[in-house]
Design a protein around this ligand. Structure first.
Ligand code: GLP
Length: 261
């Protein structure tokens, strides 16, 4: 795991956008794993900016989103499919047919989950998995006690998560109580994972995920098992990390980061 600390939200977001764009330029046919949430809105704005500046091209890639609320149709304005259309897919040249978001309104949800997992495997797995982190320490909607070997399935959301996300619904009571999510193991199988967290509200959970024990209570801590995971944070989200001298030293000295300094 590497931890990259940037001075503010803007530079942390730009760094992640450049990482993704560079990988996509290297391998245009890659499969992206995409995330939602407020943090990602700025990231998608930056990717759109790079696209408009002709610095990145989405025409050959495919994508799989981490999760979707159970009970919402793809057309529902509060669905993650609508979020993705609004923030990214409608603004760049990605082929919509190659974008995947679980269908939260499927009649047979278990079958939908199995099919989603099979589609990811069929595409050759996820090459670049983008992640945010929820206040409960979740990645995707892998709430506390999610099995570290879990695959795509339905999860009941915690009260914490409902509080964190219900403000995004026109009426908080409209927020679904369950979601389909890629499992922890689905995420761990990605070839590269990049987690972006900004703001002081993420400081405690970032410290637990990065420097705390590996535990299913904080599913983001499972990223300590990932073979190539980068955590990008701003100063506020990094505030509770204790080994930052080492993290900064890596970023300042390792050749792979030269282009990003
Ligand atoms: C939702 C998503 C998570 C994401 C989290 C972060 O809960 N299911 O994948 O990490 O939001 O949200 P925000 O960026 O709004 O803090």
């Amino acid at each position: 795991m590497e931890v990259i600390i940037q001075k503010d939200k803007g530079s942390a977001t730009k760094l992640v956008a450049r990482l993704l764009a560079n990988q996509l330029n290297e391998t245009p046919t890659m499969t992206l794993g995409l995330a939602t949430g407020r943090t990602m809105e700025a990231l998608y704005d930056e990717l759109v900016r790079l696209y408009e500046a002709k610095e990145v091209d989405f025409s050959k890639c495919g994508s799989f989103n981490l999760d979707e609320y159970v009970g919402l149709t793809p057309e529902d304005p509060n669905s993650y499919r609508s979020y993705m259309n609004k923030w990214l897919f409608d603004r760049v040249n990605i082929h919509k047919a190659k974008t995947h978001v679980p269908n939260g309104s499927a009649e047979d949800l278990d079958e939908e989950c199995r099919n989603y997992e099979a589609l990811i495997r069929g595409a050759g797995g996820l090459d670049f998995q983008l992640l945010g982190i929820g206040s409960s320490g979740h990645i995707g909607f892998n709430e506390p006690l999610s099995a570290l070997r879990s695959l795509t399935r339905v999860k009941a959301l915690t009260r914490d998560t409902i509080e964190q996300n219900s403000g995004l619904f026109p009426d908080p009571s409209m927020m679904p109580r369950r979601a389909i999510t890629m499992g922890v193991d689905t995420i761990l199988k990605s070839k590269r994972a990049v987690l972006l967290a900004t703001g002081s509200s993420k400081a405690d959970i970032i410290a637990k995920a990065v420097e705390g024990p590996l535990t299913a209570i904080v599913t983001a801590s499972a990223l300590q098992l990932h073979s190539h995971c980068t955590i990008v944070v701003d100063e506020d989200a990094a505030a509770k990390l204790t080994h930052r001298d080492y993290y900064d030293w890596i970023f300042q000295n390792e050749p792979e980061w030269a282009a990003y300094r």
